[in-house]
Design a protein around this ligand. Sequence first.
Ligand code: SF4
Ligand code: FE
Length: 483
Amino acid sequence: MALMTGEQYIESIRKMNMQVYMFGKKVECPVDDPILRPSLNSVRMTYDLAQMPEYEDLMTAVSPYTGKKVNRFTHIHQSTGDLIKKVKMQRLLGQKTAACFQRCVGMDAFNAVFSTTYEIDKKYGTSYFQNFQKFMTYVQDKDLTVDGAMTDVKGDRSKAPHAQEDPDLFLHVVERRPDGIVVRGAKAHQTGILNSHEVLVMPTISMGPDDKDYAVSFAVPVDTKGIFMIIGRQSCDTRKQENTQLDVGNAQFGGVEALTVFDDVFVPNDRIFLNGETEFAGMMVERFAGYHRQSYGGCKVGVGDVLIGAAAVAADYNGAAKASHIKDKLIEMTHLNETLYCCGIACSAEGHPTESGNYIIDLLLANVCKQNITRFPYEIVRLAEDIAGGLMVTAPSEADFRDPKLGPVIDKYLKGVGNVSTENRLRIMRLIENLALGTAAVGYRTESMHGAGSPQAQRIMIARQSNLEHKKQLAKSLAQIKD
Ligand code: SF4
Ligand code: FE
């Protein structure tokens, strides 16, 4: 099958029988739900752009495994050039949606599981790599969206998976059958899972021999019996139910996360990619996290581009664009944003092949990338709020603006420069509000902190990769110290 169009993608998700809950009720048709639809539109953009000749080089690749053109979100990276294109593609999508477009977690899980299963098989003679390749070519051929599911709910953080009071706080195998396994547990804040066809589950931390049942990786369709999702609330989410474009800020696009429960889900043997080989859990985690930390050097930069643009437009509309401090703040925002991009490109350019042949980023630089992302978007948001002014959080509603009595009053008193309508000024304020504090803030702010691992997780990796001994030797040699 050729690449899906955006419309075909939407219809393919509509056909799925997912169990989705929100506000205490089952959502009968998630595809048409006003709160959820913008997140589906964001994933749709990964299909729409792949159809456009001007983006073909970034959005598609030729799969060496099928010989066919595939969407880059299903591609196995073959070179550092592929890694760089991945980051550029993510920046582009961030620019087009100003939201989390969700499909990257599957791409990152794909590349991590590909190389890890190869190495498990080499050690144990298992057939996980073959299983994974079959799944991978199926996804490539059908142009599916895959949710990469790593984060367990984790319970008491001081205890290993097997030592938790409740054994289900890390997803685990509860039954082994001749034809497969049955798993139970929950994955937290699953980005875009309800807009995905398949879920690719991985362990969440390194594991010891006692965690055998927890060292499990597999893929199943998202509407498999036993899987259900509880949608995460986002700030200002119900504005999307109010039939207002203006108050939403970004009416077309959004992101979505869900607590996803695996309530005794059966996984057939040929969909299992890790099952008890505990020492490989850490490798899978480290590689997935590394790829996703690279990803943020693309997606967050693209969203940052929109926020910088919005702040500049707000300055124009406020009549403040010529003030030197405003110009300097826009320069600072750009400097911070491009620094993040430098990190995304650098960890890609310094990538190398794994034993399986696919390319992996430089892990030290990818972790530095994500560590900066736990900080710089906060500063970029702070500067955007500074430039925008208080109106971004105090503007009256669209209902008031459309009211025959109140509308003219708002129009008169909230006008900025003469040649710009009050409505346009309110629109740009609401977009900034959306990115800084509204539904998109999940993806731009708090996800910058915790997505792809919280700051301390990167610091552990930075410590591990920093080769301090080498640096000490450099110093000793120049100081002419002979041990
Ligand atoms: Fe992709 Fe960024 Fe969303 Fe992760 S946070 S899925 S990298 S858009
Ligand atoms: Fe993320």
